[in-house]
Ligand binder design. Structure first.
Ligand code: KIV
Ligand code: ZN
Length: 389
């Protein structure tokens, strides 16, 4: 079955870098951009050029460096000066994109802009028109679209299509939507915006309720063909949609009929690289790339995995660049796991020997968080079983 391609718009270097303490210098950003190119992303949002001279330089250097068929994007507010500076930073890009936008929800219109709906549409249209004088590819973000009513969103999208917007980004800026609601929003736009086939709908979901991945997938299932995400899901507050998660959801569920161009075997090493450069640890239980994502520690699970990996693993670790699943020995482990690890470190135990060693193992394991390979030698030595190596 042929699948629809969902473009991966990586914003690790823009939204991801907004995490306190994760500031990167230009050199580090260039290394990450090259890795994103290798990974196979379609768009790199390289920064917010007007925000600082450092960000301008990074966007400009990335635009010069990346020569594959990857779009390099710079963020702006719906402000002329921002757009001019972004256009300048992107001038060497093979495929430049200006990403401009404005808040569209009632609270953004009232509290941020002290404005009204008509004036917001006017500003949005003016920004896209102005950006189009510099580049062909202009993406518009309707900030806080998650809390914007669908009629107004449709109205603004329709006006922007008339002036040539290429991508309509529908951000759930505050991570508020439920998957059903976010999916319905995308469906509503697909069905009610005149000319919508001329633009790509994009999901940009934050993770304040832990729903960013589910919402992005719901968006794609309802017609969005770009997902904005970051490596390890880093980003403002609780973060953005995690790139590795959306890629693997589509890969593991072929019935969705959706796929990306990402080389999933590079996911684990890319996660490690970004974590190290940003000085931000990945939580051990993080889906796909966490240290425990392929580690089994309870006896029942270990027994199953040793018999056949598929009993407790839905992804082949090699598909995401992890060498193999690991069996972690703890006081919850059973004989099967102990025999399995003991064999790896050099002890082929008979059933009787295993019973004896297992009793000793449990005493030992109760005093530790984990029993590692060197401990197994001590445990075996503490028993009087004769081991033939
Ligand atoms: O979350 C958001 O709305 C954003 C926009 C600037 C795209 O990051
Ligand atoms: Zn965002």
């Amino acid at each position: 079955m042929s699948k629809d391609k969902v473009q991966i718009f990586d914003t690790t270097l823009r939204d991801g870098e907004q995490v306190p303490g994760c500031k990167l210098d230009t050199e580090q950003k260039l290394v990450i951009a090259e890795r994103l190119e290798l990974l196979g992303v379609d768009v790199i949002e390289a920064g917010f050029p007007i925000s600082s001279p450092g960000d301008f330089k990074s966007v400009s250097e990335i635009a010069k460096l990346i020569k594959k068929d990857i779009t390099i994007c710079g963020l702006t507010r719906a402000v002329k000066k921002d757009i001019e500076v972004a256009a300048d930073a992107l001038k060497h890009a093979k495929y430049p994109r200006i990403h401009t936008g404005i808040g569209t929800s009632p609270s953004h219109i009232k509290y941020k802009f002290n404005s009204n709906k008509d004036a917001i549409i006017e500003k949005a249209v003016a920004a896209v028109k102005y950006a189009k004088t510099f580049v062909e590819d202009v993406e518009f973000f309707a900030e806080d679209a998650g809390r914007t009513d669908n009629d107004f969103l449709a109205q603004i999208c329709e006006e922007l299509i008339k002036v040539g917007v290429t991508v309509l980004n529908i951000p759930d800026t505050t991570g508020y939507c439920l998957p059903e609601e976010y999916g319905a929003k995308i469906k509503y736009l697909k069905e009610n915006v005149k000319g919508i086939e001329k633009a790509t709908l994009s999901c940009h979901c934050h993770n304040d309720l832990g729903l960013a991945t589910a919402n992005s997938i719901a968006g794609a299932m309802n017609g969005a063909r770009q997902i904005e995400c970051t490596i390890n899901g880093i980003g403002e507050r609780a973060g953005n949609t995690s790139l590795e998660e959306v890629v693997m959801v589509m890969r593991q569920h072929p019935s969705l009929g959706l796929d990306t161009g990402i080389n999933s075997r590079l996911l684990n090493s890319t996660s490690k690289m970004v974590s190290e450069k940003m000085g931000m640890n990945v939580q051990p239980n993080k889906a796909i790339v966490g240290a425990n994502a392929f580690a089994h520690s309870s006896g029942i699970h270990q027994d199953g995995v040793i018999k056949n990996r598929e009993t407790y693993e839905i992804i082949d670790p090699a598909d995401v660049g992890v060498d193999e699943s690991s069996i972690i020995l703890t006081a919850r482990s059973g004989r099967a796991a102990l025999a399995y690890r003991a064999k790896i470190v050099g002890y082929e135990l008979t059933k009787v020997q295993l019973d004896t060693v297992y009793k000793e193992f449990l005493k030992y394991a109760d005093t530790r968080k984990e029993v590692v390979d060197k401990d197994i030698h001590e445990i075996v030595a503490a028993t009087d079983v004769a081991i033939e190596k």
